[in-house]
Write a protein that binds this ligand. Sequence first.
Ligand code: WT7
Length: 677
Amino acid sequence: MSAVSIIATLIKLLEVRVSMSNGVKWVTEDPEKKNVFWPSEEMKKKAWVSDPNVYEEAMKDQEGYWAKVAGELHWDKKWDKVYEQNPDKPWEFKWFLGGKINAAYNCLDRHIEAGKGDKVAFVWVPEPVDEKPVEVTYAELNKEVNKLANAMKKLGIKKGDRVGIYLPMIPEMVASLLACARIGAVHNVVFSAFSGESVKDRMEDAEAKLLITANGYFRRGKPLDLKKNADVGVEGTPIENVIVVERTKEIEVNWNEGKDHWYHEIIENESGECESEFVESNDMLFMLYTSGTTGKPKGIVHDTGGYLTQAYITAKNNFNLHDDDMFWCTADVGWITGHTYGCYGPLSVGATQLVFEGAPNYPDMGRWWQVVQDHKVTVLYTAPTAIRMFIKAGDEWPKKYDMSSLRILGSVGEPIDEEAWLWYFRTIGGSRCPVIDTYWQTETGAHVINTLPGVGPFVPTVAGRGFLGINFSLYEEAGNEAEPGVPGFLAMKPPFSPGMLRGIYKNEQKFIDTYWSRFKGVYDTSDGARFTDYDLIRVTGRVDDVMKVAGHRLSTGELENAINEHELVRESAVVPRPDKIKGEVPIVFALLRDASKASDDLKTEIVKHVDKMIGPTARPAEIYFVEDVPKTRSGKIMRRILRGLIKNEPNLGNTTTLLNPECVEHLKEVVGYTGGG
Ligand code: WT7
């Protein structure tokens, strides 16, 4: 061997080492276009889908595509008909009619029967650093789910009954969802940071019979008393029983004898086996409240077979989940993202995932990256608001950790700006991993627009195209389809994807008005969008009065209602202000019953009042006490003008048709408006 070839071999070896320590390259940069990326050969090899032609094939026979996917799940009885839609009422559509399915069976038994009972279903990472992570296998989870399901049956819970779940991110959260699914009960989860009042509203509306909660949980090192809120949430509702998980010994709870039951006691002597209740595919799996444009959150209804089919295939294809993956969706199960990608999606695929109890910044800004390193996370799915927070915290935090295990990065919740996308791509993904920007809603149940990791391209600020078998179009106000390149309203064409909502609980009219009235025959997302290069869709954001505050959905009307309930407030108007980290924050204009009561103390009091009525996620960033807000002649608040004032827009639009144009001048002073953009 010559010296030259020895050196060449050494260099080769060194290169291999370097590339190993830095992880595999899963993307390549477009040779011509800056910031456009494509899957690498390695990615294409590993991807479930890498042939771009599958899009056309699925579109040619959408029903056939979805039937093929559904066929990968376990059905106790196969469906008689794939899809049906009422020609006069497009919102009356059904999938897999006559099919009998159980979601828990598909998330547990199916894998155990396939010999994967010892596979880890999830690793739970508690917030306190001195508490050890817990691994739960599919067989163990199954046993836990069945014990709880049996205990629930003894409390009288039957198929179709609504069960409230108000839990932090602990293993019992996942078990509770599946225990409901096991017996055909309908779960109704309320995010643990929501207030007792929110729980109460949702339990009343849903006529829930049982609530599953915890005595507390940890947030930034402090134990919080969740039971206290749960008690507020239960009082005066039809709830007969409350199951309480003992998360910590540090909290002394108020106990309602006869109504409250400790989780560990009630499941203790139950059998680890429980028959699955196979339900008709269109029976309800769960409901989840979300903010609409009006004051009251609405109960979004999801079916079983269609929802599970789409949760399953989008988790599998979009995160390219295999047996060697460690998938981490950072969203709380209190949101749809946690339902679909923290429970039903990865579990129906049979993947291993991570469930994290904590906050991203506790004990320090490196916690998430430490979790990625320690548990060799391969797919990380999070929100732009978190990414922006980490950008601000500085690159030194992620740089401390080895994140070469990462293969795919996901983003969800709001449009991701180019800076956040590129930072995520470079600093977290080491310029090796695709960023899969997933567009969807509580209503769609699962991803509906994104780029497949094995197909690409991955382009900052662009979500991608309709998922396989899903057809989107853009419409103009007048109802016609928009020309290419022209922004429009984003709407889905039939057949509506299987994961789509089937209604608003007990409110069909609202369901029709909200989603099916602006355009004929298509589902109106209430988002604006435009087609960009490669026929990809860029979603620009809501076109209604729904805000995205740190990725959380909140309606201006809901916040106004809560504030108006304060005894000193006569009326209020809420508008979003752009925020570098949270995306948007709520700004309040409050009209007092007695203007002389305006003070900083009152501001603090109103903030506390919002905490109590909705929860800290809805906290106003600024409260202005004003004498008047711009209104139309019919008395409707003109939020457009308030938005313009807050954003300091040069052109506030026409104010002459207002009922009270003079108030605009005064408001300009109050908010320090210059019109400088
Ligand atoms: C709204 C739905 C779906 C899970 C979490 C949010 C916005 C969501 C994206 C994205 C641009 C997005 C939309 C949508 N949104 N994902 N990738 N790009 N916008 O669910 O709370 O029901 O909110 O979030 O405005 O309508 P949600």
